[in-house]
Design a protein. Structure first.
Length: 661
């Protein structure tokens, strides 16, 4: 039931429509919740078709009040990120672009190429289209600004050893780990590389040229030669940055190309007149939006995770609705003034047209690729429905597999495919606890009971506040195995009263035969069909996921056993030892002297650790071959298959249907 309009507050906030299962299917924002929500509670004939479809599925609405319009934008973005609602604009080309990062909050900052989540205390430059080009640029810059690129663990290890790594000897690092450079000098290197990446190349080139000339006049020819080499490196790196505008321009140029279903976005990052980075993404236009509203959604998507890389001026083809609110929101994230402009003529308009041209080309490429993907996925699901005699195309499939080593560390995996795409956020791992010894049927029964017993649970938030998707019902349960596993699945469904609600199948490994309830003979799906390829993808992914979890548990058990029962090595010291040396293998390689060099490690304890690990090594050497021989042939085959899955996928000429949205 929906509330009466007079019961809705006339204040800014975010609202969430939910379906019958309690899932959030749409998130919106409003200056006035009462005015905005009243627009939904009208006759369906007056609504946009997509909005009418939303209201047909929605069963309730909730809202959260906030103090200002800016807070409403931030709340809406965070809720969309958490719930990923079906009816909101969705980011479907979610590839991660490389950035150059400098950890400015450290005493000796590190330069590195990174992807994914960005953190405060680190300066990011980019993003860039190709990682190899960024690494080549960084290599050129390190010849002039020799920052460290090693991990913190490696840095601390060489600091303890008192000798630098190879990068110092080939003049790609100034050696801060061994005191070869002062903090002040290192800071000039950091500032130099950041100024260069900001586009301020002329100042750096002029300074190096003047220093080279001065060294030559002073007859310091070796220094002059080094400065000449540094100058050539900086000039070579600067040629990779295209000059497109005036030197004082600090712009983000956003080009958008769209059709009724999708939009391609290209963002050019211009600093000091040079393009220092770009990124692009595809948005699926699920919700109906006017062009000025859609620009606002693009700004939220692009800048929601990048508070440190926002330019002082953003160019778009059409300013967003509520322009002032968006400028205030971006200014808060940048901590300096940000303006949004729609240029009509001049050099900025030409920059915008260049970005729009790039977006148009990206959308055309995506249409070609997407058409092929959609066609093959739809065909595979339709074939699966026909071959297995299902009531409908299985839009959500869950596949289960078991992994163990002679009955120890029994684990189960559940992988999920929705609309023909693997949905990794819904994967689940199970530690099997009620099965003793080698019993695949018992393990499969426990995993299915634990999963299906919760199929009608409400969708509740987990520890991180995200909604759990464990209770979403699948259209098809796929079990790895033959008739035996199918019988276990039938018994579990009958016991839980789900036989009429869920459909079941099992995939035998030997001949890719599929067993379904009510048929004694297996179904042989043609080997060249898209349906069997889809099932193989699911089965192989379930293998990989189960085996990786099994290896993780086995590795933890081995680590735990190796460092257990050493007098004086408690949990805190054990954790610190693993953290500082990085792994059990590194601890085993360490000499007694290196262990004693740890400032917090007592000498007697260092000797006990070294003695325990090396006694363990000799014992394992005597029994290692016997233990390995205990591993079943099937388990070895599964592990080999999982290790080589990426290689086999590369060789496969069939269309890949695993691209994430």
């Amino acid at each position: 039931m929906f509330p009466r309009p007079d019961n809705i507050p006339d204040r800014p906030g975010s609202y969430q429509f939910k379906d019958a299962d309690g899932r959030v299917i749409y998130v919106g924002k409003a200056k006035s919740l009462r005015s905005r929500l009243s627009n939904y509670f009208v006759s369906p004939t007056l609504l946009h078709p997509r909005t009418a479809q939303l209201m047909e599925r929605a069963c309730s609405v909730e809202w959260i009040q906030v103090g200002t319009d800016v807070e409403a934008i931030m709340l809406e973005y965070n809720l969309i990120k958490i719930h990923r609602p079906h009816f909101n604009v969705r980011l479907i080309d979610d590839k991660s672009y490389p950035w150059l990062a400098v950890t400015v909050d450290e005493k000796f900052p590190r330069a590195m190429v990174t992807r994914g989540t960005r953190h405060r205390g680190t300066r990011y430059f980019g993003p860039y289209a190709q990682a190899y080009a960024l690494r080549e640029t960084l290599d050129l810059l390190l010849r002039t600004f020799p920052l460290r690129t090693c991990t913190d663990t490696k840095y601390r290890r060489h600091e303890r050893l008192g000798r630098p790594c190879l990068l110092f000897h080939i003049e790609r690092c100034s050696g801060p780990c061994v005191g070869e450079v002062s903090v002040e000098q290192y800071k000039t290197y950091v500032n130099g590389i950041m100024n260069f990446m900001d586009g301020d190349t002329k100042t750096i080139i002029d300074r190096l040229h003047e220093s080279m000339q001065a060294a030559s006049v002073a007859q310091e020819y070796e220094l002059a030669a080094r400065l000449r080499d540094q100058l050539e490196s900086v000039q070579s790196a600067s040629q990779r940055q295209e000059m497109v505008s005036f030197a004082e321009d600090d712009l983000d140029v956003i080009g958008i190309a769209e059709d009724e279903l999708e939009a391609a976005v290209q963002v050019l990052h211009v600093r000091h007149g040079r393009v220092v980075g770009r990124n692009g993404f595809i948005l699926e236009k699920v919700e109906p939006m006017a062009p000025d509203e859609f620009v606002g959604r693009v700004l939220e998507t692009n800048y929601g995770e990048t508070p440190l890389e926002i330019a002082k001026e953003i160019l778009v083809d059409q300013v967003p609705v509520d322009q002032q609110i968006y400028e205030e929101w971006l200014s808060e994230r940048r901590e300096r003034r940000v303006r949004i402009r729609a240029p009509q003529r001049g050099r900025k308009r030409r920059l915008l047209e260049m970005a729009q041209q790039n977006a148009t080309e990206q959308l055309n490429r995506h249409r070609t690729r997407r058409a092929s993907d959609l066609t093959s996925r739809a065909l595979a699901l339709d074939q699966l429905k026909d071959y297995l005699g299902l009531r409908s195309s299985p839009l959500r499939i869950e596949c289960y597999d078991m992994s163990h080593l002679q009955g120890t560390n029994y684990v189960g995996s559940m992988v999920v495919m929705e609309d023909g795409l693997l949905k990794r956020s819904d994967y689940r791992r199970f530690k099997v606890s009620t099965v003793a010894g080698n019993d695949d049927y018992g393990a499969m029964r426990e995993v299915l009971m634990r999963r299906l017993a919760r199929i009608d649970d409400p969708v509740l938030p987990n520890k991180e506040g995200r909604p759990t998707r464990f209770s979403y019902p699948p259209q098809l349960l796929l079990l790895d195995g033959g008739k035996g596993q199918l019988g276990v699945g039938e018994a579990v469904l009958a016991e839980l009263g789900l036989s009429d609600r869920l459909e079941l199948a099992s995939l035998a490994k030997q001949f890719e035969e599929v067993y379904v309830p009510g048929r004694s003979e297996p179904i042989r799906i043609p080997r060249d069909s898209d349906a069997i390829y889809l099932l193989q993808q699911l089965r192989d992914e379930a293998h990989r996921f189960a085996i990786s979890f099994h290896r993780e548990l086995r590795g933890k058990k081995m680590t735990k056993g190796a460092l257990d029962d050493i007098p004086g090595l408690g949990p805190q010291r054990k954790e610190r030892l693993l953290s500082e040396l990085g792994s059990l293998a590194a601890i085993r390689r360490a000499t007694t002297a290196e262990l004693k060099a740890l400032g917090w490690m007592p000498d007697a304890l260092a000797e006990r650790i070294h003695g325990q690990l090396h006694r363990g090594s000799s014992l394992r050497a005597n029994v290692g071959h016997e233990d390995i021989g205990q591993e079943s042939h099937n388990e070895q085959a599964d592990i080999h298959q999982a290790d080589n899955q990426q290689t086999s996928e590369t060789r496969d000429e069939r269309p890949d249907m695993t691209n994430a949205r």
